[in-house]
Design a protein around this ligand. Structure first.
Ligand SMILES: Nc1ncnc2c1ncn2[C@@H]1O[C@H](COP(=O)(O)OP(=O)(O)O)[C@@H](O)[C@H]1O
Ligand SMILES: [Mg+2]
Length: 240
C-alpha cells in the first residue's frame, strides 16, 4: 500500500460546530480499492468526518486531498462531480419520489445519457428488487429496500469513492449480512469504500483497515485483522 498514492487523505483536520471543537487533528488515508471503516462510539465525530469530506462541514484546520488535489473548501456539488458520493445516515431517500426518480436524482450532475443508462443497469443487477419496484414511492419501501435504494442512488454519480454512514443501522441481522455482501460486491467492481459503522465486528469482517475515533481523535489505526485482536477494541467495541 505504501507505494500507492492515497485516493483520499485527511491531514491534521480540525472541525468545530460554532465554538465547539469536534474533530481534532484527524489523519486518515484511504487507498484505491480498499474498504476502510471508521469506528467509534456515539457522538465521537464519525458522521462529522464524512460531512467534512463532502464539504458539508468546513474544516477549521488541516487539508483534505482527493486524487492528490485539495478538495477542502470546494462546494459539495464539485466534490461529488470529482467522484465522491455518500449513502447518508438513515438512508434519507426522497419518500415522495418513485424508485426510478430517486435513482435519477443520484445522476443529477451528469449529462452523459448513455453512461447513466449503463449505470442504471448496473444498479438493477446489484439490486434486482429495485427494478421490480421502479414506480413505487420511496417512502413505502421496507428499511432494507430503502438502504438498497440509497446505495443505488449514490452509485448513480459513478463515484470512485463511496462514503457510507452506518449502513447496518436499524436493519434485521439477515439484511445486515446482505447489505455487507453488496458492499463487498460494489468494492470488487472497482469502487473504494470508506464506511462509518457502530457494528464494529461486521465492519471489520469486510474491511482492509480501520480507524477508531474517540471524542474527535483517532486513537487507533490498523489493519482490520489487528483491530479484531486488539485488547482495547475487544473490550470497548467488539464485546468479546
Ligand atoms: N449540526 C451540528 N451542530 C452542533 N453540534 C453538532 C452538529 N452535528 C453534530 N454535532 C455534535 O458533534 C458531535 C459529533 O457528532 P457526530 O459526528 O454526528 O457523531 P457520530 O456520528 O460519531 O455519532 C456530537 O456531540 C454532536 O452532538
Ligand atoms: Mg453518526
Amino acid at each position: 500500500m505504501a507505494t500507492k498514492r492515497p485516493l483520499l487523505k485527511l491531514s491534521h483536520v480540525d472541525t468545530h460546530y460554532g465554538p465547539i471543537p469536534i474533530l481534532r487533528d484527524v489523519n486518515i488515508e484511504v487507498y484505491p480499492g480498499e474498504i476502510v471503516c471508521l469506528l467509534g462510539g456515539n457522538a465521537s465525530g464519525k458522521s462529522t468526518t464524512l460531512k467534512t469530506i463532502l464539504g458539508l462541514v468546513k474544516p477549521t484546520r488541516g487539508t483534505i486531498e482527493f486524487r492528490g488535489e485539495r478538495i477542502d473548501g470546494l462546494p459539495t456539488g464539485h466534490i461529488v462531480a470529482r467522484g465522491i458520493s455518500i449513502v447518508p445516515e438513515n438512508r434519507r431517500i426522497f419518500p415522495e419520489m418513485t424508485v426510478l426518480e430517486n435513482l435519477e436524482m443520484g445522476a443529477y450532475l451528469r449529462r452523459d445519457r448513455d453512461g447513466i443508462e449503463e449505470d442504471l443497469e448496473r444498479v438493477f443487477q446489484l439490486f434486482p428488487r429495485l427494478k421490480e419496484r421502479l414506480s413505487q414511492l420511496g417512502g413505502t419501501l421496507s428499511g432494507g429496500e430503502q438502504q438498497m435504494l440509497a446505495m443505488g442512488r449514490a452509485l448513480m454519480s459513478r463515484p470512485s469513492l463511496l462514503l457510507m454512514d452506518e449502513p447496518s443501522m436499524g436493519l434485521a441481522p439477515v439484511l445486515v449480512e446482505r447489505i455487507f455482501e453488496l458492499i463487498q460486491q460494489i468494492n470488487r467492481q472497482g469502487t473504494t469504500i470508506f464506511m462509518v459503522e457502530q457494528n464494529a465486528n461486521m465492519a471489520l469482517s469486510i474491511a482492509d483497515r480501520g480507524y477508531v475515533l474517540q471524542t474527535g481523535r483517532v486513537v487507533l489505526a490498523d489493519t482490520a485483522q489487528n483491530l479484531l485482536q486488539n485488547e482495547m477494541m475487544r473490550k470497548a467495541y467488539l464485546g468479546t
